[in-house]
Write a protein that binds this ligand. Structure first.
Ligand SMILES: Nc1ncnc2c1ncn2[C@@H]1O[C@H](COP(=O)(O)OP(=O)(O)OP(=O)(O)O)[C@@H](O)[C@H]1O
Ligand SMILES: [Mg+2]
Length: 498
């Protein structure tokens, strides 16, 4: 009922889509897959009227359409949740749920009570608990993602397109969304689902389209004919897989230690230690304390009680700049907020921590070295076709996340804080990032990692501390460390005294 055919789109010299096709049917959840940079978001923007195609045709219910704006698309029943949802940070949740142009047309006197009444069941279904009067700028990334999803659901669309909607969501919130999408299927909505979480895709989707370099590898293949292996193969082709992990370093040497550390409302007398060579995972439902630990360690949050001891007896950094100088690297999950110089080439972004924050100056002399280093990182993580001159802002979402990762690690830190570092990154690059994290540990760095993906924590970490209400509720390692144990203890199903 909504078909895109022969879609071509280029950005300057980059061909994003090269004759792509997508065929949507009512009552079917259609997975749109491909590696970072394959062209998924570009196709989504074209379907949603946010971007005009250079060539090709869109047909909705049999009729050719050409939307000049996303509002026009919405009016014809096509709603989208973008990969980087454009919300208004200064407006509250309720205002964000109703598109700007409607608001303006309605004038100053909006029927906010009516808006709230209409939104309430949708927000409740998503278990969005903040009051609708909360400013969007105060919300976490996951909460903003839920607002964008609620906004699209409120349009009551015939075609709903979601571009990586669960990338910042915790497992339980993601599961709720999947249930909502399954319900939409029975209401005959055509759903497009873009995700790098292939387990989700296998569980939810009816058909699969895979793009590689802007061309179709699979086009609406029924899920019944596919397996995880077949999908991965379609995405990456016959590229060699990630290298085997290096031997583990033996723990010993420098240690990071937290003793009785509290942050009002967030951490309650937390004890924790991590030694050189260790990868320590921090798990928990959203806001349970795992992020507060990273923030207090890197100087973004101040402890109200307790003692922090850093490797080499260094003092506690008071801000991010001091942290970087003290050899602490912070890879944030929210690449837009703590991020990139979008109009600068990716080699400058990767070199930035070294040159600017660490003052390892003379970059004009060594620019060639820096470029060379950056291209090595770009090749290894397959960022922007390995071209260090590409502007960061022109990279796909997942590739931007890889740049954030590469730039912090270029500084060779002793203590590495990773906050959901593989959010939105494709399977191949995810394996490569995991290999890099293992290398860092093997070289004797201390690694602290949070993740919204319990499988990642179970697979990568030596130990996982599970947080509940600001406290360490359990420590899992060895045989007790598994994805399901993390999920269970996060939700309070254990026998620990509380
Ligand atoms: N505004 C832009 N300017 C220049 N190049 C762009 C722009 N938007 C996208 N591209 C390029 O088009 C290609 C496809 O990008 P797209 O965002 O569609 O990928 P994607 O499949 O969504 O990847 P991801 O999984 O990382 O989100 C990439 O090479 C990207 O760098
Ligand atoms: Mg994308």
């Amino acid at each position: 009922m909504y078909v895109a055919e022969g879609i071509r789109k280029r950005f300057g010299g980059v061909v994003a889509l090269d004759g792509a096709r997508l065929d949507l049917r009512p009552g079917s959840v259609h997975a749109l897959l491909g590696e970072n940079g394959a062209g998924k978001s570009t196709l989504v923007e074209i379907l949603a009227g946010a971007l005009p195609p250079d060539e090709g045709e869109l047909r909705l219910r049999g009729r050719p359409v050409r939307f000049a704006t996303t509002r026009e698309a919405v009016r014809q029943g096509v709603a989208v949740v973008s990969q980087e949802p454009g919300l208004f940070p200064d407006l509250d949740v309720l205002a964000n749920l109703y598109p700007a142009c409607e608001l303006r047309r309605a004038g100053l006197f909006l029927d906010r009570p009516a808006m709230a009444r209409k939104a309430a069941p949708v927000l409740a279904e998503l278990e969005f608990t903040r009051p609708p009067t909360t400013r969007v700028g105060e919300l976490s990334l996951a909460e903003r993602q839920l607002v964008a999803i609620a906004r699209a659901l409120l349009e009551d669309p015939a075609v709903l397109i979601l571009d990586e909607p669960t990338s910042a969501l915790q497992a339980d919130a993601a599961a709720r969304l999947l249930r909502i999408l399954a319900a939409l299927r029975t209401r005959q909505v055509a759903v497009v689902y873009v995700s790098h979480v292939l387990e989700e895709v296998l569980q939810l989707c009816d058909e699969v389209t895979v793009l590689r370099d802007g061309r179709n590898v699979l086009t609406g293949t029924p899920m019944a004919e596919l397996t995880l292996e077949k999908i991965v193969h379609a995405m990456v082709g016959s590229r060699p897989s990630a290298p085997a992990a290096p031997p583990r370093g033996t723990a010993g040497g420098p240690v990071l230690r937290l003793a009785g550390v509290s942050v009002p409302g967030r951490l309650d007398q937390v004890d924790l230690s991590a030694a050189a060579g260790e990868i320590v995972g921090l798990a928990g439902i959203a806001g349970a304390g795992q992020n507060a630990v990273l923030e207090v360690v890197c100087g973004l949050a101040a402890p109200s009680a307790g003692v922090l001891t850093y490797p080499g007896g260094r003092p506690r950094p008071r801000d991010l700049r001091q942290a970087v100088k003290a050899g602490v690297a912070v890879v944030p999950s929210d690449r837009r907020r703590l991020g990139l110089m979008l109009d600068r080439p990716l080699w400058e972004n990767i070199a930035q921590v070294n040159t600017v924050a660490l003052g390892r100056t003379g970059w004009w002399v060594r620019a060639r070295d820096l470029r060379e280093q950056a291209s090595a990182a770009a090749r290894r993580l397959r960022i922007g076709a390995g071209d260090p001159e590409r502007r960061a802002g022109q990279l796909s979402g997942g590739n931007q996340q890889k740049v954030v990762f590469a730039k912090w690690l270029a500084a060779a830190p002793g203590l590495v804080l990773l906050d959901d570092p593989t959010r939105g990154v494709d399977v191949g690059a995810k394996a490569e990032m995991h290999a890099i994290v293992r290398e860092l540990a093997a070289e004797g760095r201390i690694v602290l990692l949070t993740s919204t993906d319990p499988a990642e924590l179970a697979g990568l970490c030596d130990r996982v501390l599970v947080f509940r209400r600001g406290r360490v509720a359990a420590e899992l390692s060895g045989d007790r460390l598994s994805e399901s144990a993390i999920l269970h203890t996060s939700h309070g199903a254990d026998h620990d005294a509380d």
